[in-house]
Design a protein around this ligand. Structure first.
Ligand code: PHE
Length: 508
């Protein structure tokens, strides 16, 4: 499919907002602040910025370059570099699709909580409410000791979560209805709304008594921590995760850019906005945690958590004690939803674009196909053991997939295509010119960093595997989906290569 004006972003701002919306997600609010605090506060921030500059932004530039200069979704663009590599693009978008299945489930929880906020339905025990009433986990021991064999007794989906999931998928599909044209309009809301709410939360949070105690925890630099390799692992991982690189999203989004776009500038704006949002998000989280901890007479470390626990247990507990609790609850969950939606639909768009180009499907059909598959796949996360499966898929597909694709992409461009050719193409319309350093980054730094992260993540997962049952559930929930994404990716890659061959020089 040759891109023409009909497919382009309605404006430059639309593209920037869409890419920022994709990058900014739950990771900025419930992952970054926690990791930053855990790994030495201000010192982590330094490591994060270094990782962003030496790996994150160069990789973002690479994906924009592949998408815009070579053209097409990840499978097509990789296939145009060399027919042999189409599968890498497919592997990337399939991983992205798998992530959406659980990302949509988390959004369904948030939507439920948005409604619960009106009445503060979680009452005095938000933990029991979340795990038992909302998720349906029968035995709370499972949270501390792991689900064991019970992970296989799946049971029936929870109705409220299923309804939420259906609504989320409708929202996702409507947002990408006509591709970049629709996305370009939606993101004006889905990027600005969470930002406005975030600013309100930061200002409101900082005025609470005890807030600065939290900020102190968040940012006090522990410079010695920079000597700890685990800190660097966490920083690089967070940069990869946060920029939504590695899932074909940025490639597809950049393919809708008009030919004369400034790639370097865009990558800088997007990378830095994402980092700024994570940093500021930390203020919103830690100000409120500081206030809560002070009121309870405990240390901030004791009330801090990340991931679902922070959003669905700690925050509701805090909201109970705040003036205007219900309003803050609604705002908070609205913020989570609007933060997550544009990340979710960007992952879906990357996949849909690939399907349309290879199978010459109409957008409507591709949209519906993906939504139905995603919805069915996501049902597992609405059951009482959904949380545990979600955790496994997240570990394997999100992180291992991410590093694997980062590695493969850099190898393809760095070693099989002349990196300098790509650099010259990118520089053509960029105000800030990329120096030769970029070639080395793509050839050496990105592949080395991503392969090290990949190996370290595998080792830490193996170490954490304590039982046979856990190994089985990891196999079923993590390794098999990853292998399936690979195998299906290879098969689909062949089809894309054929489609490219057939239309070579023609209008793919
Ligand atoms: N980058 C987004 C975030 O920070 C979302 C995302 C992460 C999407 C990882 C896909 C994979 O939450």
């Amino acid at each position: 499919m040759l891109r023409n004006e009909k497919h382009y972003w309605p404006s430059k701002t639309a593209f920037i907002l869409a890419a920022i919306g994709s990058a900014i997600g739950l990771g900025n609010i419930w992952r970054f602040p926690y990791i930053c605090y855990k790994f030495g506060g201000g010192a982590f921030l330094f490591a994060y910025l270094v990782s962003l500059i030496i790996v994150g932004i160069p990789l973002l530039i690479l994906e924009f370059g592949i998408g815009q200069k070579i053209g097409g979704s990840a499978p097509l663009a990789m296939g145009k570099i060399n027919k042999k590599f189409s599968w890498i693009g497919w592997f990337a978008v399939l991983c992205g699709f798998l992530i959406t299945t659980y990302y949509a489930a988390i959004m369904s929880w948030s939507a439920n909580y948005l409604i619960h906020s009106f009445t503060l339905a979680w009452g005095n025990d938000p933990s029991t409410f979340f795990y038992k009433d909302v998720l349906g986990i029968t035995n709370m021991d499972m949270l501390t000791n792991g689900p064991g064999i019970k992970i296989f007794s799946i049971g029936t989906p929870k109705l409220a979560l299923v309804i939420g999931l259906v609504v989320m998928w409708i929202w996702i599909i409507l947002s990408i209805w006509k591709g970049a044209r629709t996305v370009g309009k939606i993101v004006f809301f889905t990027v600005t709304i969470p930002w406005l709410i975030l600013v309100i939360m930061v200002i409101g949070g900082l005025t609470l008594p005890g807030a600065f105690e939290g900020i102190r925890y968040y940012l006090t630099p522990d410079w010695k921590a920079l000597l700890n390799p685990v800190l660097w692992q966490a920083a690089f991982t967070q940069v990869f995760f946060s920029l939504t690189v590695g899932f074909g999203v940025m490639i597809a989004y950049a393919s809708f850019l008009p030919p004369k776009s400034d790639i370097v500038n865009n990558a800088l704006i997007i990378g830095l906005s994402d980092a700024a949002t994570a940093f500021i998000g930390g203020f919103a989280v830690f100000a409120v945690l500081g206030h809560y901890a002070t009121a309870q007479g405990v240390s901030v470390g004791e009330v801090m958590s990340s991931g679902p626990g922070l959003a669905f247990v700690t925050y509701p507990a805090i909201i109970n004690n705040l003036p205007l609790g219900p309003i803050i609850g609604v705002l908070f969950f609205l913020m989570l939803l609007t933060l997550a939606i544009d990340s979710a639909f960007s992952l879906v768009e990357g996949f849909v674009a690939g399907i349309m180009e290879t199978f010459r499907l109409r957008r409507l059909h591709a949209n519906l196909l993906v939504a139905i598959l995603g919805l069915i796949g996501g049902l597992i996360f609405t059951t009482s053991v959904g949380l545990f499966w979600l955790d496994i898929l997240d570990t394997y597909v999100t992180f291992l997939g991410l590093f694997a694709v980062g590695f493969l992409q850099a190898i393809v461009v760095g070693w099989f295509m002349k990196t300098d050719k790509m650099r010259v193409l990118i520089n053509e319309h960029s105000f800030v010119k990329l120096g030769k350093w970029w070639n080395y980054t793509i050839k050496f730094v990105v592949p080395i960093v991503s392969i090290i992260l990949l190996i370290l993540s595998i080792i830490s997962r193996i170490k954490a595997t304590q039982s046979f049952i856990q190994a089985w559930s990891d196999l079923i929930g993590g390794i098999i989906p990853l292998i399936l994404a690979l195998v299906i990716g290879i098969l689909l890659g062949r089809m894309t290569s054929k489609a490219i061959e057939k239309h070579q020089g023609g209008k793919i």
